[in-house]
Write a protein that binds this ligand. Sequence first.
Ligand SMILES: NC(=O)c1ccc[n+]([C@@H]2O[C@H](COP(=O)([O-])OP(=O)(O)OC[C@H]3O[C@@H](n4cnc5c(N)ncnc54)[C@H](O)[C@@H]3O)[C@@H](O)[C@H]2O)c1
Length: 451
Amino acid sequence: MNTRRNFIKKATIVSAGISVLPNLTYGFSTNKDKLKVALIGVGLRGTNHLTNLLQREDVIITAICDVDPARIKIAEEHIKKHKNPKVKIFGKDDYDYKNLLELKEIDAVIIATPWLWHTRMAVDSMKAGKYTGLEVSAANTLEECWDLVNVHEETGSHLMILENVNYRRDVLAVLNMVKQNVFGEMIHFRCGYQHDLRFVMLNDGKSAYGKGVEFGDKGISEAAWRTQHSVLRNADVYPTHGVGPIAVMCDVNRGNRMVSLTSHATKSRGMHNYIVENGGENHPNAKVNFKMGDVITSTIETANGETIIVTHDVHLPRPYSLGFRVQGTKGLWEKDGDRIYIEGQSKKPHVWDDSKEWLEKYDHPLWKKYGEHALGAGHGGMDFFVINAFVESAKENIPPPMDAYDAAAWSAITPLSERSIENNGEPQDFPDFTRGNWIKNKPYNWMKGTF
Ligand SMILES: NC(=O)c1ccc[n+]([C@@H]2O[C@H](COP(=O)([O-])OP(=O)(O)OC[C@H]3O[C@@H](n4cnc5c(N)ncnc54)[C@H](O)[C@@H]3O)[C@@H](O)[C@H]2O)c1
């Protein structure tokens, strides 16, 4: 603890007074002062985090872990291109990550593995005293949601859910408008994950995208693990890209909370049709029954009287959209159509404005400051900001913007939607993961221009 406090104190002193891109050039003079980060899982997503971390002068990559030697090789090649000292390698079996967690020198850990590993790895990482960053979605069951909260409370170790969409430029501009009361009192939201993933969830086992109709042992990357969830679960298994930004706009866990949900699923056709069209009707996978409905719609009620409609739609042909709608007593934003209407302020009554002017006017201070740099970081820049928030929060060992309670509440949509669908849309109550503290918790300051 003492060492940790000294580290924080020193980091704060060294960083004071530097105004240009402080997040990248903290000017730590020795490796000893840098945040030592380890990555568990360096597949496609983990490698993206790795490349963003390697650009920072305040971070040293200390260890990496992956059970796939090919991914370790790619990660090592990236690391070699930077001044980063040699890293320790783990991954001889599925549990070698526990040996990585025993390294005392590691301050922070980023977990980007398949979903079924998320909670157990995050729990072990928090127990090892590491500042933990966890990819989305955080948990698969209500028990796992509670595990994240309980272990965070028992250990005092922080957990950040790495929800990058919360940092999307339009999302942060709209959050700015929400905070400045442009939409009036918030009433209704829509969001979701609407992304044709057939070419990701099915491949030829050699390249991650676009060819073949294999999955499981014969697939690679997400086809190796994600597709099985569509076979066995009828649930919204990926709710956080949509609900994360909305939860922040309506102060979930900080003055508000998600109280209950109802979910419905359509029939399932998309994956089967794709397999038949691309692999032929005699391909063995043409016989697989996909339990997950093609479109899953959940309606959430909040304690403050808003509703949130969340959609999961990944099996059908469609252009990508998270389908945001943010609506209050004075007006609304709709992402589909890129339009905004504010009563009394829009150019004409009952006519949409193009959202461009509004979003530029309310551009978030973070994007104004670091936008140019962020754009190179992946996913239109938001990956830079989520990693920046993780590193800066870990350096100070302070609660992150999106914490264990958020990870639990947002991820709980998966098991709750599953149970509701199973029971013909029966309402399901959200556990109060904050144990009542949502009543007094203050919102995180999302409008500050640092992280
Ligand atoms: N936030 C985003 O925009 C975003 C984008 C893509 C993926 N993701 C999330 O990131 C995570 C990883 O996705 P991905 O696309 O990189 O998948 P991936 O399959 O490409 O990578 C996962 C990696 O984990 C490794 N792994 C599996 N079990 C392991 C274990 N026991 N120990 C160590 N390594 C292990 C695999 O070998 C693989 O390299 C998922 O949770 C996914 O939902 C988030």
